[in-house]
Write a protein that binds this ligand. Structure first.
Ligand SMILES: [Zn+2]
Length: 354
C-alpha cells in the first residue's frame, strides 16, 4: 500500500530526525494523542530506514526492491506489534467493510507475550536484517502491551543488537513501564496551528471546520470523524440537543438507546461513554457561549447554543456538573434506557424548562 504524504506540521520533526542520519537511537517513543499522525510518521520512517535510496529529504524512494517489498506488506525486516483486535479491524477495512458473515469471538485489545515471543523468534533468524541492514519494529500502541509482554520486550530494549530499531507509539506514555520509557528517546508530536489544520482539511474535502474543535485540533482525527459512523451520530445528537426544549425527554431516551444499539454503532465508536462525553461538551459549550466566549466543540451549532443558553450560564453549569456524576457510571449502566432517561430528564429540568 502506498503511503499518503506526511502533513506539513510534522515535517520539522521529520527533518530533525533526518539530520541525525545513521545516529538514530535504537528505540524511539512517538508520543502524542490519537490522531496526531504517529502511525503515518512511523510507517514513513520505517520505509525510509529500509529503503536502498531515500531521496534528499530522507523519504523512501518507493521504487527499489525494499520499497516494493514493504508496499506488498511482506518485507522480512519489518514487524508490527498491534493488538489482535486492531489487526482484525484493519483486515475488515481491507475487505471494503464487507460483511464477513460469521461472528468471531472478541479479539484481544492487548499486545500479549506470545506476540512478543514470536517477534523475538523472527528477529533471531539471520543476523541484522536480510541484507545486513536494519530491522524495524513498530509497536502500536505501546501501552497495549500487558505486563508480561512489556517485560519481555524490555529485555530486547536493554540488550540492543545494533540493527533493530523499535518505534514505540503511545497515546498515554505515562501508562508505560518507566523502565521502557527510559530506554526510548521521546519524540513529541506537535499540533498544527489552525491555519495549517484547516488548509489540510480542505485538501481532504472536509468543509466542516467546526470538527477541528471537536477533535482537539487534530485534523487527522477530524478526517476519521468525517468518514465514520460518529459523524452522522454527532449531527443527530447535536440537532436533538438543539431542539431539546420541544422534545419529550423520555421519547428522546428511547431514540438514543436505539441509536446506541443500531448496527455498526458500537464498532464505529458510538458508545454510551461517547454519548455522555458529547452531552457534556454541549453543556460546556453552552456555558462558554453564555459567558460570551466562542463554542469549542459545537461551533457549527453556535446559533442554537446562543438561543438556548444566553443569560443562563448557571443553569447550564449545574447541568454540566450533574452529568459528571453520571459519567462515572457510563461504561456499565445496569439499565441503559433508565440511565438515559434519568440523565436526560435532569438535563431537561435544568436547561429546557424556563
Ligand atoms: Zn526505496
Amino acid at each position: 500500500m502506498r503511503l499518503e504524504t506526511l502533513p506539513d506540521w510534522l515535517l520539522p520533526l521529520w527533518q530533525d530526525l533526518h539530520k541525525r542520519g545513521t545516529r538514530l537511537p535504537h528505540a524511539l517513543l512517538l508520543s502524542g494523542p490519537e490522531g496526531s499522525g504517529k502511525r503515518l510518521f512511523a510507517e514513513h520512517l520505517a520505509r525510509a530506514l529500509l529503503c536502498q535510496s531515500p531521496d534528499d529529504r530522507g523519504f523512501s524512494c518507493g521504487t527499489c526492491a525494499d520499497c516494493k517489498w514493504i508496499e506488498s506488506g511482506n518485507h522480512p525486516d519489518m514487524f508490527t506489534l498491534i493488538p489482535a483486535a486492531d489487526e482484525a479491524a484493519a483486515e475488515e477495512e481491507g475487505d471494503g467493510g464487507a460483511e464477513s458473515g460469521k461472528k468471531e469471538k472478541a479479539k484481544s485489545t492487548q499486545i500479549v507475550i506470545d506476540q512478543v515471543r514470536s517477534l523475538q523468534a523472527s528477529l533471531e533468524v539471520g543476523a541484522g536484517g536480510h541484507a545486513g541492514g536494519r530491522r524495524l519494529v513498530i509497536v502500536d500502541p505501546a501501552e497495549a502491551m500487558n505486563m508480561a509482554a512489556a517485560n519481555a520486550l524490555l529485555k530486547a530494549l536493554e540488550e540492543p543488537n545494533g540493527s533493530t530499531v523499535y518505534l514505540m507509539l503511545s497515546n498515554a506514555p505515562r501508562r508505560l513501564l518507566p523502565t521502557i520509557r527510559s530506554r526510548c528517546q521521546v519524540l513529541d508530536f506537535p499540533r498544527p496551528d489552525t491555519g495549517q489544520a484547516v488548509a489540510w482539511m480542505r485538501g481532504e474535502g472536509i468543509e466542516n471546520e467546526a470538527l477541528l474543535g471537536f477533535v482537539s485540533g487534530l485534523p487527522l482525527a477530524a478526517r476519521n470523524y468525517a468518514k465514520g459512523v460518529l459523524f452522522e451520530a454527532r449531527r443527530k445528537v447535536a440537532s436533538d440537543l438543539a431542539t431539546l426544549g420541544v422534545r419529550d425527554p423520555l421519547k428522546l431516551s428511547a431514540d438514543w438507546e436505539s441509536s446506541l444499539k443500531a448496527k455498526g454503532a458500537q464498532e464505529g465508536g458510538f458508545t454510551m461513554p461517547i454519548l455522555i462525553n458529547w452531552l457534556q461538551r454541549w453543556l460546556s459549550d453552552g456555558v462558554r457561549v453564555a459567558g460570551g466566549h466562542p463554542a469549542r466543540f459545537f461551533a457549527d451549532y453556535t446559533t442554537d447554543l446562543t438561543r438556548q443558553a444566553k443569560g443562563r450560564s448557571e443553569a447550564w453549569l449545574n447541568a454540566y456538573r450533574e452529568i459528571e456524576t453520571h459519567r462515572r457510571m457510563a461504561s456499565h449502566p445496569l439499565n441503559q434506557r433508565l440511565f438515559l432517561e434519568e440523565m436526560l430528564l435532569s438535563v431537561y429540568r435544568r436547561i429546557a424548562i424556563r
